[in-house]
Ligand binder design. Structure first.
Ligand code: E4P
Length: 220
């Protein structure tokens, strides 16, 4: 399962990129707006920083305008993936973009039925929003499992990207469910590496190492 950061912050991307485990980035209009500067500038920096897919989201609502915006965004970098929403216009624009070789990520997906539509237009990625499904008192992980199963049974090649992940267990369960990609905010990414026994173990090793060094010094 590829690990993506869900952010538009170049500092967060640079930090996680140094770990050597970052395969891509997803952005959305809310995340880009948080940066408070030109969206094009933000996207270009991210596209240059990341050696992997970077999702840039369209904001037009009508199919023709969304298609044209998608074509423009795709020119920003060879690693750009164009996000379109799961709406009739998004499907229409997404299909045209896909047919012209642009890689499309169908976003705001909340049900297996919607995921079937995304696969049928030949989308590169489908993004079910697990955390937001949980927020609506439903089971986001179960939706993800059913999408993965349907794609498997049907032989769909669209990659399943588990989105709106809120904690490390979401990431673990998404991997078990067979998601191709998991995207998560910076704070979830940093929690993945943490375990109290790692810290305690490292502390003990270094204490014992230091004790040996001192003993040898005293004996010398
Ligand atoms: C994915 O592409 C979305 O940007 C993201 O995962 C949404 O997550 P949220 O529900 O935490 O805003």
């Amino acid at each position: 399962m590829r690990l993506f950061l869900d952010t538009a912050s170049i500092e967060e991307i640079r930090e996680i990129n140094r770990w050597g485990v970052l395969s891509g980035v997803t952005t959305n209009p809310s995340l880009v707006a948080k940066e408070g500067r030109s969206a094009e500038q933000v996207w270009k920096e991210i596209l240059a920083e990341v050696d992997g897919d970077v999702s840039l989201e369209t904001t037009e609502l009508e199919a023709e305008a969304m298609y044209r915006q998608g074509k423009e965004l795709a020119q920003l970098g060879a690693n750009a993936v164009i996000k379109v929403p799961m709406t009739p216009a998004g499907l229409q624009a997404g299909k045209r973009l896909t047919e012209e070789g642009v890689r499309v990520n169908v976003t705001l997906v909340f049900s297996p039925a919607q995921a079937i539509l995304a696969a049928e237009i030949g989308a590169y990625i489908v993004s079910p929003f697990l955390g937001r499904i949980d927020d609506a008192a439903s089971d986001g992980m179960e939706v993800l499992r059913r999408i993965c199963e349907i794609y498997d049974v049907q032989g769909y090649e669209t990659q399943v990207l588990a989105a709106s992940l809120r904690h490390p267990m979401h990431v673990v369960e998404a991997a078990l469910a067979g998601a191709d990609i998991a995207t998560m905010p910076y704070d979830v990414f940093t929690k993945l590496v943490k375990h109290p026994l790692t810290d305690i173990g490292l502390d003990r090793f270094l204490t014992d190492w230091e004790a040996l060094r001192r003993k040898l010094e005293e004996g010398a």
